[in-house]
Design a protein around this ligand. Sequence first.
Ligand SMILES: C=C1C[C@]23C[C@@]1(O)CC[C@H]2[C@]1(C)CCC[C@@](C)(C(=O)O)[C@H]1[C@@H]3C(=O)O
Ligand SMILES: O=C(O)CCC(=O)C(=O)O
Ligand SMILES: [Fe+2]
Length: 401
Amino acid sequence: MAIDCVSTMPHHPTPRDEEQKHLVFDASLLNYHPHIPKQFIWPDHEKPSVTAPQLHVPLIDLRGFLSGDPVAAMEASRLVGEACQHHGFFLVVNHGVDDMLVAHAHAYMDNFFELPLTDKQRAHRKLGEHCGYASSFTGRFSSKLPWKETLSFRYSADKNSSKTVQDYLLHKLGDEFKHFGKVYQDYCEAMSKLSLAIMELLAMSLGVRRSHFREFFEENESIMRLNYYPPCQKPDLALGTGPHCDPTSLTILHQDRVGGLQVFVDDEWRSISPNLEAFVVNIGDTFKVNTIFISNINPILHNVYSTVASVCFQALANGRYKSCLHRAVVNRHTTRKSLAFFLCPKGDKVVAPPTELVDANNPRVYPDFTWPMLLEFTQKHYRADMNTLEVFSNWVQHSHI
Ligand SMILES: C=C1C[C@]23C[C@@]1(O)CC[C@H]2[C@]1(C)CCC[C@@](C)(C(=O)O)[C@H]1[C@@H]3C(=O)O
Ligand SMILES: O=C(O)CCC(=O)C(=O)O
Ligand SMILES: [Fe+2]
């Protein structure tokens, strides 16, 4: 039976769009259709198991650490280190982010994604760009389309930056989105603050100066993304977000009560159950690279400090650290939402080990790069998956830039 749920929308044409004929996934037509277009069907080896056994990730209470208690800070950093050694995922509670802000961020998401497609398209995400509204990336990809709509925008923690979240959303969507813009501006500020606190815990867990990563990310230029996953009548054939490791540095995710996040641990997919009070935190490829030179700086300290650090050191130094592969599944009945804050370094920061620390025993694993290079790679050349960093690294070394 022919499926006619994909509408044709006018938007800025590019040659690559030709093949797609400007297809835009209109959720209001597709959600309850018994069949799904073939572009959404994932190959057998990537098809999801909608119900996966639960993964018990550590629930880390940040209250003591955030109020300056050194013993609580040590304990929180120990748990962070342990989680990063195993899979790189952990939950934080008593994180200091206002519950109402989180509730508003979810409520405003509903308002936005329930708008008619033509209104959402005002913020249309252009090919090769990472900001704006995208519906299943039609136009960008022609197969393995994700069953989701997204709205993404930049956040700069640099106080002198003129580009605010609020201005961007207002400019794209119109004056009536002023409050909408303010909610996400506040949300990003809260996420940036929380990320810097978590960076202190990560530094402690690796046995380096507590402020080391905080300073590196102080003026972060991050990405905020609203993920909206409509119901799908074939959840065993489709995926909301395909398997990938985040190419960014650190992700702070808030998932609503529906559930759908799965992590690949010990050779199987496991789910992380929703917890409205918690943020799910995971490490991305760019942070993984940052930690390599830390391991090189002081291997003795690492051995003394904890086995966690030395195990990380070995895995990282050999470039075999396959952390945090994850994906999001969809379901038949309920729309699912998640708010993802991707912490990224400021554009001019070079992600590299200092040259004086590299020698025959500590060879370079990845080439020097800046975050904008990797971001461009994921937007113009390669769809982020579980191999992004390796492929990017080869690409840079074969001097494509
Ligand atoms: C830099 C990025 C690319 C993606 C968004 C993000 O900010 C971080 C994760 C990436 C992504 C989610 C990984 C899975 C594939 C992807 C295409 C998606 O399904 O959204 C990725 C994002 C992208 O827009 O390229
Ligand atoms: O929605 C989710 O639970 C995960 C989304 C995700 O992994 C991402 O946007 O990078
Ligand atoms: Fe992700």
